[in-house]
Ligand binder design. Structure first.
Ligand code: NAD
Length: 498
């Protein structure tokens, strides 16, 4: 028979537990909320009041709903108060011995029908289960942070979990508005097994000073569309918790990706736990606050002395692929006359068709043959197209060098040709005004369209190394500022360049 859970207990009211309490109470379930001491209880109360108060102010909840929710939660420091609960979810720190100890105690407290769940991210649920007299009733119920917001829940089924137990917990998760998946008892389950290698890699890039924290986070937010950057996410998770998760996964799988980057442990030892302690990779207004405040490492946002920004008068784009088309669109939308070069009539037509759809026929287009362009002994006949969006004028390849301030190139694989073309433009008299950019470094943005302009700075250094096309600080700063001007995240491949 399916259990109807009407009374649950939550143990540990930290980052996860406080949110889990809210999830149950919002869904009409009575909650006994336990922490080890009064300060833990006070934290749980504060988090719940803060979250429900915000919902009330934003009119997502009525006063009556708010009051009823709070009336359903009873806070305590005594585990014995869990006696009447049908389900207990444990969310204490990620230490196996502590969790086993708590589960053994629960055996003495709750009734024989009660289900016991752990919110562990990586510890073996089976080992926690066998610390009890009846391991059949133990499951993993892994909420995601922040629990009231994220819909995903992993229900971990061990080899001894009774069928009805995990089915009932899965049904409960659905009733809570979550999307549960059932997964076996392997460290990290699904999401963390995939996520933590990436987070750890980001920390090692930060640790080796490969990029700043802001640039690492911007790359993944604006380049890959993630809602948070990896270091921001680690601060939210808590570095102590993250360390334990990585360490457990590493010990179980011996995958080097999960060997915790040394700086994580150092930060934990120094009390830099992330948001919850007020400082982690970033500094926060106060412990528990999501508000990032400037610190000694916050970029000033001002240009280095002697760097002056250039005006963007016109824009040239070389290439006709997915990226080139998107980039043409970005600049054209911003009101700049755009000239683009493609290798055949068909490619020109394809770009114009794509843009015509975007601009719904508002673009007045004139195409004409361009003179031959010599590169590396090969004669490339390019077709030059003038696309008029905002008062643009007819143009030829001959004067492209004098007009064009930014050149985008289609293929990362084709850097030598691109670089030679860049050198040609420089020789043609545009001098320092030409900034050569490539796109799609190592296919990182292959799927991207117009949101990726900020990423093109990365290619400057690649070009520089590959073919000696000069890149200077002024050019880079100008490009970053230009990208920002267009509302894009500006990202530099190496901080050494900034
Ligand atoms: N932080 C995350 O993003 C996240 C996400 C999913 C799962 N988890 C898992 O949730 C669990 C809790 O992690 P957290 O980040 O909330 O930790 P946390 O350090 O923020 O909170 C732990 C809480 O447990 C309390 N506590 C410690 N010992 C206790 C005891 N003996 N009895 C009662 N309460 C006790 C502490 O006072 C604290 O309030 C861990 O297993 C973690 O792996 C964490």
């Amino acid at each position: 028979m399916t259990r109807e859970f009407t009374s649950v207990g939550v143990i540990g009211l930290g980052t996860m537990g406080a949110g889990i309490v809210e999830v149950f109470a919002r869904n009409g379930i009575d909650v006994v909320a336990v922490d080890a001491d009064e300060s833990g209880v006070a934290h749980g109360k504060e988090v719940l009041a803060g979250s429900t108060g915000r919902a009330l102010r934003r009119e997502k909840m009525t006063q009556a709903e708010h009051d009823a929710l709070h009336a359903r939660v009873r806070f305590t420091t005594d585990l014995a108060d869990l006696a009447g609960c049908q389900l207990v979810v444990e969310a204490v720190p990620e230490h196996l011995d502590l969790k086993k100890q708590i589960f053994a105690r629960l055996d003495e407290i709750v009734g024989p029908e009660a289900v016991l769940a752990t919110n562990t991210s990586s510890l073996p649920v089976t080992e926690i289960a066998v610390a009890t007299r009846d391991p059949k009733r133990v499951v993993g119920m892994h909420f995601f942070n922040p629990a009231p917001v994220l819909q995903f829940v992993e229900v971990i089924r061990t080899v001894i979990t009774a069928d009805d137990v995990f089915e009932d917990v899965k049904a409960l998760a659905e009733r809570l508005g979550k999307k549960p998946v059932v997964v076996g008892d392997k460290a990290g389950f699904i999401a963390n097994a995939l996520l933590f290698g990436y987070l750890n890699h980001a920390v090692s890039m930060y640790e080796s000073k490969y990029a700043t924290r802001e640039d690492l986070d911007a790359a993944m937010r604006f380049g890959c569309g993630y809602p948070m950057g990896p270091l921001q996410l680690l601060d939210l998770i808590g570095l102590d918790t993250a360390y334990e998760i990585l360490d457990t996964m590493y010990k179980q799988g011996r995958d080097r990706l999960h060997a915790p980057s040394p700086i994580i442990k150092q930060m934990v030892s120094a009390g830099l736990l992330g948001r919850k302690s007020g400082r982690g990779f970033y500094t926060y207004a106060e412990p528990g606050s999501p508000e990032v405040v400037p610190d000694a490492w916050t970029p000033s946002g001002t240009l280095p002395t002697g760097v002056a920004l250039r005006e963007v008068a016109s824009v040239g784009v070389v290439g006709s692929g997915t990226m080139a088309t998107g980039i043409i669109e970005v600049f054209a939308r911003a009101g700049h006359p755009v000239t683009f070069v493609a290798r055949s009539d068909e490619k020109v037509a394809a770009v114009l068709t794509a843009l015509g759809v975007v601009f719904q026929g508002a673009v007045d287009v004139v195409a004409q043959n361009a003179p031959a362009f010599v590169a590396s002994g090969l004669v490339l006949v390019l077709l030059l197209v003038l696309m008029r969006v905002v008062g643009a004028e007819r143009s030829h390849l001959d004067d492209l060098a004098a007009k064009v301030h930014v050149d985008e190139f289609e293929a990362a694989a084709d850097y030598p040709r691109v670089a030679k073309f860049g050198a040609h433009l420089l020789r043609r008299g545009a001098g320092g005004d030409v900034v050569i950019l490539g796109v799609d470094i190592q296919q990182q943005v292959a799927h991207a369209t117009t949101d990726q302009v900020g990423l093109v700075a990365g290619s400057l250094q690649t070009l520089d190394h590959a073919d000696g096309v000069p890149t200077d600080l002024v050019a880079l700063e100008w490009m970053l500022a230009t990208a920002q001007h267009f509302g894009r995240a500006a990202w530099a491949w190496s901080t050494a360049q900034r």
